[in-house]
Each structure stands twice: as structure tokens, then as C-alpha cells.
Write a protein that binds this ligand. Sequence first.
Ligand code: ASP
Ligand code: MG
Length: 400
Amino acid sequence: MGLIVQKFGGSSVADAARVRNVASIIIDTYKQGNDVIAVVSAQGDTTDDLIEKAAELNPKASKREMDSLLSAGEQMSSALLAMAIEAEGYPVVSLLGWQAGFRTDNVYGSARIKTVQPERLKNEIGKGNIVIVAGFQGLNGFDDITTLGRGGSDTSAVAIAASLHADRCQIFTDVEGVYTADPRKVEGTKKLSEITYDEMLELATLGAQVLNNRSVEMAKKYNVEVEVLSSLKRVPGTIVKEVAKMEKMLIRGVTKDADVARISVIGVPNTPGIAFKLFSKLAAKNINVDIILQSVGRDDTKDITFTVAKANGELAVETIKGAFDLTDVVCDTNVAKVSVVGAGMETHPGTASKMFEALYEKDINIQMISTSEIKISVLIDLADADKAVAAVHNAFFPVD
Ligand code: ASP
Ligand code: MG
């Protein structure tokens, strides 16, 4: 018995039957004697549909109005879920982000939560109510509605769990937990029973779409244990926590990120300060740079190659051309990043060679490599990406 925060994603509440299913999970938890706060996302593709509606009228709509529009998706699903619970005869109240005490900064479209003022939540729980909270939204310093960025409801749930020191934070989704690779695409994947915050953060950032990365950052900061589990099958999921069991695994997972562009800057002067100048220009445009490679200088020039998110590719090229008076700056979007992640590699040598061998056996060329203590990433041809993930996964988790 205790306070349990549960979050249900868009696919878990996509239609009336799914909403009823979620209502029954919440009611079961409540009947076991727990206080329950459930955070909900917009139903199915509602958020995408709303974005399309906006584009029909104004493709350049202000972010303020977009937030006002998009928050409506969660307003609908939270009220509908409350109605389904009401229909079963249980005491329930739905709250919008601002009513649940979410205060954010002023960055429309990707606001960060500053605080969750918990009085109203506590008050409703005190009355014996099940509380349903519209995820993904809050109120900023101008009393305007803000949204937290795509997939932001996960963060709403973790923020409530942190602020109210919940006993458990469960993120329900349409998969059974966190896997060693995308189970829909790779054979022989395994569900992890536990994973650390740092590993999960790498996986989330690298495109494993189970948890939003800001939610993992927040869980780590406030030490909230998060369980990722299925809303459709009642089986244990994956626990995300500070220290996780190793289960004799060298790595936790293999991921693919196709949202990459490779920028090559050819023939920059081989003098001090060039890298500083180049990357500070990109930073000034808010362009995040990932893997960086610099060639050995020759004939007083050198080449610098780096990767950015696809959406920033053209802007990066323009920025550099403008700043350096260079013509040979190319952007290649036919690339993908494949990574292995796992704290185990810190203490076990040979992870990199095992990964590279698997790629070599499939005749896949590596364009760039980057490593951290718990991650090795390679940049390869986009066309090779799925084959690469399968081969690398099979090297670490052989299908028997
Ligand atoms: N409905 C929002 C989205 O689709 C927020 C979320 O699902 O967490 O991005
Ligand atoms: Mg959604």
C-alpha cells in the first residue's frame, strides 16, 4: 500500500476499449488499498492530427497557439478516462496540468517543468479520489499553457512521483519493457529486468522509443525508480534505477538512430582556433553536434567531419559556409548511427572489437566511431543500418 503514479501512453488509451482496460488497471491498483495518480497521453494519433489541423490554417502558427491546441489532446483523454472510472462507480477526478500544479519555464513547445505544486493533488488524494492528470502540459510565468515536447507525458509522471515521493512510478506502454533491441525488427531480443538510469538515457537518446529522455534525466536526478510495462499484458516489465543487476550481460542493447546527417568540411586552414570558431558558430545557432572527426593536416589544410540531427543539416552547412567562406561543405543524410550500450563494457575489454567484427563479417563499412564509458557508436550507410543492428545484436546475444 502506498502512493502509486501510473502513466498511460497514447496507444494504451487509443479507443473506448483501451480506455476501459486502463480504467480497470487503475481500479485494481486502487482496490488493493493504494492511492493512485494516473497521468495520461492523448489518444492514439491525436497529437499528430492536431498538428495537421494547425498546418491547414497556418503552417507557421506561433508556438503559444500550438501549445494551446496540442494540450487539448490530453484534456480529452484525461476526462474520458475519468468518465470510464466513474462508470465503474469509483471516486475520481481529472485535472489539467495547471490544476495539478505544473509550473514550467516559458519555452513554448518544449517547456521544462520548474515545480509541481502538490497541494491540489494531495487534497484530492486525501478525499479518497483516484486522480487522473493530463500529461504533457503546464502553466508558464505568463499564465499560458505550455507543452513539454513530444512524448512529454513520461516526464509529467516522473515529476509527480518525485514531488510526492511516490512509492512506485509505472510507465505503461504497448511493449512489455525495455529490450536489447527493437523486438519488432530484430530476432532473439531479450527483455531486460533492470537497467541503470545512465544506460536508459543512452538508449532513449539513441532512439529506443520506450521512455522520453527528459523523463529519465529527471528520474535520475530525483532517484525515482521507474517501471516500464505493458498495459495489455499483465507481466513484470523493466525497472530503471541507479544500480541494476548485470545478468551476465556485457551490453544492454543495440540501437539504430537514422535521424543523423553527416557534415564534411573540406580544406579548412590548419591553424589553431579553427575548431573553436566552427563549433561556436554552430552552438550560436543552437545546433547540437555529436560525433566529430578531424583529419591530419596536409598542405596547410585539414578536413573536419561531424554529425548533427537531420533537421539541422542544411542550417549547419549554411552556417559554416557563411562563417568561413568555404564552398566544399557537404551534408549527407544517407547515414545512420548504430550503437551498443552497457555499463558492463567499462570492465570488460573487447566490446568494440566484437562489434566491429560483426560489421566486418557483413561487409559493412564504418565511416565514423565514437565512444563513451558505456557506449560505442558507429556511423554507417543508412541502407546497412537494419542489417548492422541484427548482426551486432546477434554477436552479443546469439540466437540459440
Ligand atoms: N501527446 C503527446 C505526444 O504525442 C505527449 C505524449 O504522448 O507523451 O507527443
Ligand atoms: Mg502521444
